[in-house]
Each structure stands twice: as C-alpha cells, then as structure tokens.
Design a protein around this ligand. Structure first.
Ligand code: MG
Ligand code: ZN
Length: 214
C-alpha cells in the first residue's frame, strides 16, 4: 500500500483524463469511478465486491480521501493492489491525482479498477478521471431527496447502487421515490438494491460487473 499526497491545481483535467483512459485501455482495464456522500458504504461495497469477484477477476483500487489511509488499509487486507490518494483538503479527485496513482499501481493483468472518490455529492460528478463509467452509491439512511437535490451525480452515473436496504424499517426513506427520481434524471441508469451488511442483492451487482469487465 502506498500513500500519496496530491495537491495539484486543476487545469488540463480533461487532457490528463484522456491520457488515463488510454493507459487503462492499453492494459485492458475496465475502470469505475465510485462516488457517494461520506458514510454511504463505498469501501464496504468494495470489500464485498472484491471478496466475491477476486481472484476470478483481478481487481485493483485507488482510494481517494481528504486525509488518512484507513480505507486503503481495509482494502490492503484483501491482498489486492491499492493506492491511497490524500487530496489534502480537496473535495474530489482529479485526473492528475489518478494518473500519479496509475504510475504506482501494478497494472499488468488487472481486469477491473475501482477509483473510490472523495465522499461528496457535488463536484466528483464534474471531474472526468478517464474512467469507463461512474457509479453512484446512495444509502437509504441519507433520505430519498438526494436524486433531485444532487442531479448531476445521477445524470453522469451508469449505475445507482442503493445501499443499507436492511435499514428500511428504521429510516424514513422511500426507496421507490429514489428509483423513480433517479430514472427521471437518467432513464438508462441501472439500479441495484443492496445491503453490504447482510449481503442482500450484492450478487446482482457483482454479476453485472462481470458482464462489463469481460
Ligand atoms: Mg471509503
Ligand atoms: Zn470538489
């Protein structure tokens, strides 16, 4: 596990994102920019996903956080390549940070790369990292108003994973409204309902990932 501190000013983000896309395509890697608010369960979803798909698929992870390396340490325990990026206060990852991480990751033989973005429902949607797709993770504990309040996150995502559905009896969240509003913003968005705690629904998500990366 490596820790990187990135403090790049944006500018040529789009150009660098294109370079990243070419680097990953050249290695046959399918990449996913995983976005959510803090605490929605991104790292837990990655743990479950890796436990299900590895070693069938060779997976690597780039962890983005403002500070700390807790998430990378969790992924590191699963014995797959992981790099922690600390944005040093920045509220999203940019393409330059990801390019630096790509230089340090052993990319040969990797099928699937997850880029866990900084927990934030605003700017991660606006910064292309060179990924193949964006995926939005929303926990029902955050409430059902998020799609209409943060539309860009849902409009730019190929899939929406609704997490913590085991909490449905305890929180006042209307899952049908989340789905209806997400589909109104993005009619082609693929929706999964999961509980990373109980494992419910995770198989549908991992089945879908296998169709993408093969
Ligand atoms: Mg995390
Ligand atoms: Zn930001």
């Amino acid at each position: 596990m490596k820790l990187q501190v990135a403090s790049k000013i944006l500018g040529a983000n789009e150009r660098i994102a294109n370079e990243n896309a070419n680097i990953m395509k050249g290695k046959g890697i399918f990449s996913i920019n995983l976005m959510s608010s803090p605490g929605a369960g991104k790292t837990t979803l990655l743990e479950k996903t890796i436990m299900t798909l590895s070693p069938k698929l060779k997976i690597a992870v780039i962890e983005g956080d403002v500070a700390g390396s807790d998430d990378a340490e969790r992924i590191d325990k699963l014995n797959i390549p992981v790099i922690q990026i600390n944005t040093g206060g920045g509220c999203h990852l940019d393409a330059g940070m990801v390019q630096d991480a790509l230089k340090d990751l052993p990319l040969d033989g990797i099928n699937l790369l997850f880029i866990e973005n900084v927990g934030n429902l605003v700017c991660p949607a606006a910064f292309n990292l060179g990924e193949d797709i964006k995926v939005m993770l929303l926990s029902i504990a955050e409430g059902h108003d998020k799609p209409l309040k943060y539309p860009n996150m849902f409009q730019t995502s190929s899939a929406l994973v609704i997490n913590k559905i085991d909490l449905a009896p305890y929180v006042n969240a209307d899952i049908e409204k989340i789905k209806k509003d997400a589909l109104s913003l993005n009619p082609s968005i693929k929706i999964f309902e999961v509980s990373c705690q109980t494992g419910q629904g995770v198989d549908k998500w991992t089945d879908w990932l296998q169709t993408l990366s093969s």
